[in-house]
Design a protein around this ligand. Structure first.
Ligand code: PBG
Length: 334
């Protein structure tokens, strides 16, 4: 009874390095730099225009001149890479998404403008997918209700070539057809676009977190869903297989998407490849944080910092995120 507590001498004290901020910063293993963030934009097929997207507060669809102004401001913050998604009028949509490979479409027009103004001070990446251009809203060409893989490859490759011709640094196929990376690589090379790179949405899961994006891009499938071509959320091993296939087919950068529910996949792909790895912090992840923050239920700056840091810690080199501007401007990453 009443024995004095035995306290062993503590030689090992991890808390020593957590004592103050300067020490914590000194030993921080992970940093999020503006240069590794990619800003997504929804581009209107018009010179001017700004349209709010209700489910993505703070994000707008932009006409070309408004996009230019936005990009200029972002570049001043050190945000020098954009990912462009194109919009098109309903009456221009058809079964094969012809507008996707028109040189006059929203994206190629914006790429030419951006490259004329910013040159190589800006890296321009373009999304390559048919869903915003087809009247049925699927990512490829339909054959009796299902997406026909092989017939979708040529239109996707033409779309990539049109973007390459316009001056895109990288094209980013997000359709999840088998063989699209090799097919796009060949099409680009045949047209002398050997320096245009491919950022492949290699492991893109069939996710409910894309909801707000489909409002933003007008790309929700009319019937059915995308489970016939996007990855099953239950499969991590298959995601690594997809990533390695895309590497073999000639991808320059691989991507995992969405981010937060798939950080294990990011980690596994990071172990499996030496290519740069991107992660897409998608629209639903953004909307959830925004909605909770608006209600005062979450501290937005801290949640964003923690989330982006976790993506880097899991192994992502690059992060595509709608939070980029707020995070850098607000000093949330410091
Ligand atoms: C097009 C595409 C989608 C996203 C990027 N490219 C939507 C989808 O596959 O339905 C989602 C991006 C986001 O949610 O922020 N295929």
């Amino acid at each position: 009874m009443n024995e004095p507590e035995i306290t062993r001498p503590r030689r090992v004290r991890p808390r020593r390095l957590r004592r103050h901020k300067t020490l914590r910063n000194l030993v921080a293993e992970t940093r999020v730099a503006p240069a590794s963030l990619i800003v997504p934009h929804f581009v209107l097929p018009a010179e001017r225009g700004r349209e709010a997207i209700p489910s993505m507060p703070g994000v707008e669809r932009l006409g070309r001149s408004d996009l230019l102004a936005r990009v200029e401001r972002d570049a001043g913050l050190g945000l020098r890479t954009v990912l462009l998604f194109g919009l098109t009028e309903e009456e221009r949509k058809d079964a094969s998404g012809s507008e996707s490979r028109s040189p006059g479409a929203a994206v190629p027009a914006a790429v030419r403008e951006l490259k004329r103004v910013f040159g190589d001070e800006l890296a321009v990446i373009t999304d390559v997918c048919l869903c915003a251009y087809t009247d049925h809203g699927h990512c490829g060409v339909l054959d009796r209700g299902t997406v026909d893989n092989d017939r979708s490859l040529a239109p996707l490759a033409s779309m990539a070539r049109v973007h390459g011709d316009a001056g895109a640094d990288l094209v980013a196929p997000s359709d999840m057809m088998d063989g699209r990376v090799a097919n796009i690589r060949d099409a680009l090379d045949r047209h002398g676009l050997t320096d245009v790179g491919i950022l492949s949405y290699a492991a893109k899961f069939a996710s409910a977190f894309y909801g707000p994006f489909r409002d933003a891009a007008g790309s929700a499938p009319g019937e059915g869903d995308r489970r016939g071509y996007q990855l099953d959320p239950r499969n991590g091993r298959e995601a690594v297989r997809e990533a390695l296939l895309d590497e073999e087919e000639g991808a320059d950068i691989l991507m995992v998407k969405p981010a937060l529910a798939y950080l294990d996949v990011v980690h596994r792909v990071r172990q499996a490849t030496r290519l740069p790895l991107a992660v897409y912090n998608v629209s639903g992840e953004y909307a959830a944080v925004k909605a909770a923050a608006e209600r005062g239920w979450l501290d937005e700056p801290q949640v964003v910092r923690e989330s982006l840091t976790a993506m880097r810690r899991a192994g992502a080199d690059l992060i595509i995120t709608y939070h980029a501007r707020d995070a850098v401007e607000g000093g949330w990453l410091r």
